[in-house]
Write a protein that binds this ligand. Structure first.
Ligand SMILES: Nc1nc2c(ncn2[C@@H]2O[C@H](COP(=O)(O)OP(=O)(O)OP(=O)(O)O)[C@@H](O)[C@H]2O)c(=O)[nH]1
Length: 361
């Protein structure tokens, strides 16, 4: 009999909302070292757009249903991994070299780690091979300090990747914060974040963690099977998410105005904005928008609408104390169809507080 196959390394990719997880993942997936990797993504928000943003077609991407990966989706994650083993054993799936799990920006990763480690059958086929945490250098300390999920993401990492250092040098306060939470993880700038630098952490060893991380892992293991967890996430507390869908094409100008007003009205209370837009100018290509707090990233068009994705605009917004009705009013005014009783486009744009949005150049 052939010896059992070596366990497949599983890497958990985490980091707060908009830090640059998917961007890093896309870059890693272009490396031949990850050709036979499977990717499991999970997103927060009612309308799934993440699978459109991960640049890999077909069976390599597995999208878990909506919800927070650390709670509602945890059973689904275990089932998904078990299913991968089953498909490999029956020859329906090529042998995988690695599995990468991208968590949502709002997930505490410790329950995920605990549930994998507590699953002996699964751990015969897979080995936990490290946690990579992306930290946004431009958003800096205010984006992560005092947020329990963000702090846990940093604390349990083997590698901390500093993203957006090309836009803003990481502040000394952010670096000191990361060091205090996690004295041992290597800090890597996004530009140097190759598979060799990130994926060679070796086995995830709880014993080598800080006392805090060990106690969270133990706490998470003790809570497994219970419906309720003591940490805050999702639509609990002040962070909530909602989405807007629009069938009719929207002009680039309206998009620009909308983003400017969003940033001007909500500022840093808008933690994350992600959208694909069907524009009047190029209806055949999805326009992708990203916002993180008050910053908008440059918009870009994808080559075409994927066959499995309806050609319509979808915005996902995640924020603190965001007024959903106010956002909908802004959007409908700018898309040229003001809702009854809402201000129209001219009135909104006369707002002296409005900040110019992302420009199409
Ligand atoms: N200039 C620059 N932009 C970056 C970098 N990393 C990510 N971005 C941009 O930041 C925005 C958000 O990046 P994503 O990779 O979608 O972030 P994410 O962590 O996957 O976001 P969520 O899954 O929604 O939490 C996008 O517009 C990226 O192009 C970087 O190192 N430099």
């Amino acid at each position: 009999m052939a010896p059992p196959p070596a366990p497949i390394p599983v890497t958990v990719l985490t980091g707060f909302l908009g830090a640059g997880k998917t961007t890093l993942l896309n870059r890693l997936l272009r490396d031949p070292a990850l050709r036979d990797a499977a990717v499991i993504v999970n997103e927060f928000g009612e309308v799934g757009i993440d699978h459109l943003l991960v640049e890999r077609s077909g069976e390599g991407i597995i999208e878990l249903s909506d919800g927070c990966i650390c709670c509602t989706v945890r059973g689904e994650l275990v089932d998904t991994l078990a299913d991968l083993v089953d498909r490999m054993q029956t020859g329906r799936l090529r042998a995988l070299s690695r599995v990468v799990i991208e968590t949502t920006g709002l997930a505490d990763p410790t329950p995920i780690l605990a549930s994998l480690m507590a699953h002996p059958a699964l751990m015969r086929s897979f080995s936990l091979a490290g946690v990579v945490c992306v930290v946004d250098a431009r958003a800096g300390l205010p984006a992560v300090a005092g947020r329990i999920e963000a702090e846990r993401q940093i604390a349990c990492a083997d590698r901390i990747v500093l993203s957006k250092a090309d836009l803003a040098a990481p502040g000394a306060d952010l670096l000191a914060f990361a060091r205090r939470l996690n004295p041992r993880a290597a800090l890597v700038e996004a530009g140097a974040a190759t598979p060799a630098a990130l994926l060679t952490a070796g086995l995830y060893d709880p014993a080598s963690r800080t006392a805090d991380v060990r106690s969270w892992l133990d706490g998470a293991a003790a809570h497994m099977g219970h419906a309720h967890h003591h940490h805050a996430h999702g639509d609990t507390g002040r962070v909530r998410s909602f989405s807007l869908v629009e069938e009719a094409p929207v002009s680039e100008r309206a998009v620009e105005d909308f983003l400017g007003l969003l940033a001007g009205t909500f500022g840093d209370r808008l933690l994350r904005m992600k959208a694909v837009v069907r524009t009047v100018e190029r209806p055949g290509r999805p326009l992708v928008l990203h916002g993180v707090r008050r910053h908008m990233h440059p918009p870009s068009y994808l080559p075409e609408w994927p066959a499995d994705f309806p050609p319509q605009s979808r915005f996902v917004l995640i924020g603190e104390e965001l007024d959903e009705e106010a956002v909908r009013d802004l959007f409908s005014a700018l898309s040229g169809r003001p809702r009854v009783g809402a201000a129209d486009r001219a009135a909104l744009l006369a707002n002296p507080l409005a900040i110019p949005g992302a420009s199409f150049g």
